[in-house]
Design a protein around this ligand. Sequence first.
Ligand code: NDP
Ligand code: GDR
Length: 384
Amino acid sequence: MKESTTQKVALITGVTGQDGAYLAEFLLKKGYLVHGLKRRSSLFNTDRIDHLYQDPHLDNRNFVLHYGDLTDSTNLIRVIQETQPDEIYNLAAQSHVKVSFDTPEYTANADGIGTLRILEAVRLLGLIEKTRIYQASTSELYGLVQAVPQSETTPFYPRSPYAVAKMYGYWITVNYREAYKMYACNGILFNHESPVRGETFVTRKITRAVAKIALGLQSKLFLGNLSAQRDWGHAKDYVEAMWLILQQNTPEDFVIATGVTTTVRDFVRLSFAELGVTVEFSGKDEQEKGVVIDRDDERLKELGIDPEGIKLGQTVVKVDSRYYRPTEVDLLIGDPTKAQTQLNWIPKYDLQMLVSEMVQSDLHLMRKEQYLKGGGFETLNYFE
Ligand code: NDP
Ligand code: GDR
């Protein structure tokens, strides 16, 4: 392991997730020794960080993975003791809002108490002076709309077991900062996406489906609440903000957002538009559907897509109430003024750039699937 007196050491929980992967890459570029906590799974779960992997037999590694789980305090204490981090980024979480209604107790344990376990480990190990802690807080804390745009002073009203668990994580971080003078901060991050966003979050679900529909691998996309409004940014910009939050003279909490909100419906429109396909919506609630009303054949051909595969009048989006949530968060729009002025945080991506990158990336991925299918390489069934 490459460690010198000047090299900073970071520990990232949730390193296999979307943000963990971007943050690991970002910190490695800054010269950090990066430790990542990864949980054991029955299949490889390191796709997003495989490009950063270093052979464990090398002795000058600067990226090291450790098995661990936020529900196991003994292992967290051991990993923190062994790695002696200058900075801990607590990104691990059961992060799916809808799934939290199905697994509320687990979500509370991992997302709420898990945060406490990290803070307590640092305190018990006597690392208060040395270790700075970033807690992955969320715009879901705002929940039922109290005021817009939402800032550091807007009251919380969580609307899911996920948000309630994260509310505990938020306040326990504030409490440890105040009680023990720890450098512990919340980043209240609004939705941020990327080509490696989990496939069941709405943006990625849309961009994957748009790519598949264009290539004739899928006929339509089923979605839930099309009217939900989110403030979507790019994960690459947001991990930089996490790092900036830990580089200040005093520990504080920050909202990280773009300040622009968009409906799920418009995200669908923008995604199809990236390929030259115009989709319009009609109908209400569960009867609403999205239909192709125009097609730019030149654009499609330029992208290597057969225009005849997409028919005018084709229904490409339908609503399925199974994706509705028992309690929904209707409108999120963040006010990033504090981050802009105090952290000098300036995002490089806007929504159009984000959508374009995600759709093009999924088109590339789905094309691979199409070639494999065309070549007769169907998925093997080992259980026949
Ligand atoms: P992901 O779901 O992509 O990643 C979550 C990570 O946590 C994965 O590495 C996952 O492991 C790991 N994990 C889950 N449960 C445990 C556990 N019990 N112990 C250890 N590791 C665990 O989330 P994102 O990268 O999108 O988000 C990062 C963090 O930021 C999360 O805490 C999320 O709640 C929060 N957040 C995210 C926002 C967003 O828009 N992306 C906005 C605001 C906050 P595995 O790969 O094995 O599943
Ligand atoms: P969110 O993200 O709940 O905001 O949490 P998600 O992409 O899951 O939902 C955004 C909005 O889209 C609506 N929606 C659908 N959502 C999903 N997943 N699938 C669908 O088919 C669908 N149809 C409509 C949802 O109802 C919702 O209103 C994300 C996570 O990353 C959290 O961890 C993070 O804290 C917040 O963002 C900020």
